[in-house]
Ligand binder design. Structure first.
Ligand code: PLP
Length: 399
C-alpha cells in the first residue's frame, strides 16, 4: 500500500528559498519523495541485518548502477559533492590548475574545485532556451593551466557531448561529468555520466534517485577507478566489510583519503529507487510535456530544452524563463499565496560573495542576462496532471 507523502509535509530538498509557505502547507510542493511499503521494507531489512556501514547492499547498488549506466566501475559515496571531489582529485586537479565549469550551476562543483587547490574558471551557458554550458565559450575559457572541464547536464538535459569531447581531446583536458540531475538521461543512446573520464551523481532527497543523502562516481578507467576506491575510504587497502568476512585481516594506508562511504540503509533505499528510475523519468517527461504545452511561448515565457531527437532527458527540473522585466519575486509570492512552491536554479556562482574576487573572472553575458528570469516549477513523478494545471494557471495569472 502506498503511503500518502504530501499531506502535512514540507517539500524536500528546498535549499535556499526566500518565499514563505502558506499557513496550511503547500498545495503543490517543489519536490516530494514517495514513501511506500517497498522502501520501508528495504530500509527495515537493512536495519535488522545488523550491518549498517558499507557492505553487501552498497555492493549490490554499485553493481546494478554500473550495469544501468553501462560502465565498468561504480563507487557509492556519501553525497554528490563527495563524488565531485573524488572525481576532480582522481583526474589530478591540484594547486596551480584551472578547472572550467559553468557558473549557472549548484555551488558544489566550484567548492570542490577549490578544495583540490585548483581555481574555478567560469564559462557561460548557450542561450535562454539551452541552459547547458556553451562549448564555444568553454573553448575560450580553457588556457594553459586548465586541467579539466566540469560538464553539468542542467535539469537532466544532456549537453552537446560531441562538441565537448572533441574540445577535450583537442586541448588535452579531462572531462568530469556532473550528472547529478541526469541519472538515466541519454545522448545518442549513451547514458549521461559515461562520456567523461569520470561521472558523478547525487542521490539527495529531491533528486531523481533519492536516498536522503548519497551519490555515485562512475568510470570506465581502471586506474581512475582505483584512485577513487582508495580516496573514498582513507586510502585504506581493505574495508571493514572485507575484514568482517575474513577476506582480509589488516590494511595499509597508501594515500591521504576521506571517509566518503555510503551506508547500508541508504543503499537499500537506492536499489528500490533504481528499479523504478526509468518509470519515474518517463512520468517526469510526461509532466514536463504538459507544462510545455501550457506555458512555452505563452505570455512571453520560454520553456528551455525543447525535445531533441539525439537526447532522452531525465527531467530533473521544470524550469521556465520569464519574459524580460517580469518581476520574479512578485510572481513567486503570488504563486506561494496560491500554495505553489517555486525555486531558482541557480543564482549564478560567480555572483556569490565567496567567488566575487576570483582572479580568473570572465564575462558571462548569457548567464547574467537569464539569471534573474529563471523560475523552477514543482516536479516529481507522483505529481498529478491536475497539479500541473494548478501550477501553470498560477504562472499565467502572475505573468
Ligand atoms: C548539479 C549538482 N551538482 C552537485 C550537487 C551536489 O550533490 P549533493 O547535494 O548530493 O552533495 C547537486 C545537488 O544539489 C547538484 O544539483
Amino acid at each position: 500500500m502506498a503511503v500518502n507523502t504530501r499531506a502535512g509535509r514540507a517539500a524536500v530538498g528546498n535549499r535556499a528559498d526566500g518565499v514563505r509557505p502558506p499557513e496550511q502547507g503547500w498545495v503543490v510542493p517543489l519536490s516530494d519523495v514517495r514513501v511506500n511499503d517497498e522502501i520501508e521494507r528495504a530500509a527495515l531489512e537493512a536495519v535488522r541485518s545488523g550491518w549498517w556501514s558499507m557492505g553487501p547492499r552498497v555492493g549490490e547498488l554499485e553493481r546494478d548502477f554500473a550495469a544501468f549506466c553501462g560502465v565498468k566501475h561504480a563507487f557509492a559515496v556519501a553525497n554528490g559533492t563527495a563524488a565531485l571531489h573524488l572525481a576532480l582529485l582522481a583526474v589530478g586537479c591540484s594547486p596551480g590548475d584551472d578547472v572550467v565549469v559553468p557558473s549557472l550551476n549548484f555551488v558544489a562543483a566550484a567548492n570542490t574545485i577549490c578544495h583540490t587547490g585548483a581555481a574555478p574558471v567560469f564559462c557561460d551557458v548557450t542561450a535562454a532556451d539551452d541552459l547547458n554550458l556553451d562549448p564555444r565559450d568553454a573553448a575560450q575559457a580553457i588556457g594553459p593551466a586548465t586541467r579539466a572541464l566540469v560538464v553539468m547536464h542542467y535539469g537532466g538535459h544532456p549537453c552537446r557531448m560531441d562538441e565537448i569531447l572533441e574540445l577535450a581531446r583537442a586541448r588535452g583536458i579531462a572531462i568530469v561529468e556532473d550528472a547529478a540531475h541526469a541519472p538515466g538521461a541519454t545522448w545518442q543512446r549513451r547514458k549521461c555520466g559515461t562520456f567523461g573520464d569520470v561521472g558523478c551523481f547525487s542521490f539527495f532527497s529531491n533528486k531523481n534517485l533519492p536516498t536522503g543523502e548519497g551519490g555515485m562516481v562512475v568510470t570506465d578507467d581502471d586506474e581512475l577507478g582505483e584512485k577513487i576506491r582508495l580516496l573514498r575510504s582513507h586510502g585504506m587497502t581493505t574495508l571493514t566489510w572485507d575484514r568482517h568476512r575474513g577476506h582480509a585481516h589488516s590494511y595499509d594506508v597508501v594515500t591521504h583519503g576521506y571517509n566518503y562511504r555510503l551506508d547500508e540503509i541508504r543503499a537499500a533505499i537506492g536499489s528500490v529507487q533504481l528499479s523504478r528510475l526509468n518509470e519515474d523519468n518517463s512520468r517526469r517527461a510526461r509532466l514536463v510535456a504538459l507544462y510545455r504545452a501550457a506555458l512555452d511561448g505563452v505570455n512571453g515565457i520560454v520553456m528551455p530544452f525543447s525535445p531533441r531527437p539525439e537526447t532522452d532527458a531525465a527531467h530533473h527540473l521544470a524550469v521556465i524563463v520569464l519574459p524580460e522585466g517580469c518581476p520574479r519575486d512578485d510572481l513567486r509570492s503570488s504563486m506561494a499565496a496560491a500554495g505553489v512552491q517555486t525555486s531558482v536554479h541557480y543564482p549564478p556562482i560567480h555572483q556569490f560573495t565567496a567567488y566575487g574576487a576570483l582572479e580568473t573572472k570572465r564575462a558571462l553575458p548569457v548567464t547574467d542576462a537569464v539569471a534573474s528570469r529563471l523560475l523552477t516549477l514543482p516536479l516529481y513523478p507522483h505529481m498529478s496532471e491536475a497539479d500541473v494545471s494548478t501550477v501553470a494557471s498560477a504562472v499565467l495569472a502572475g505573468t
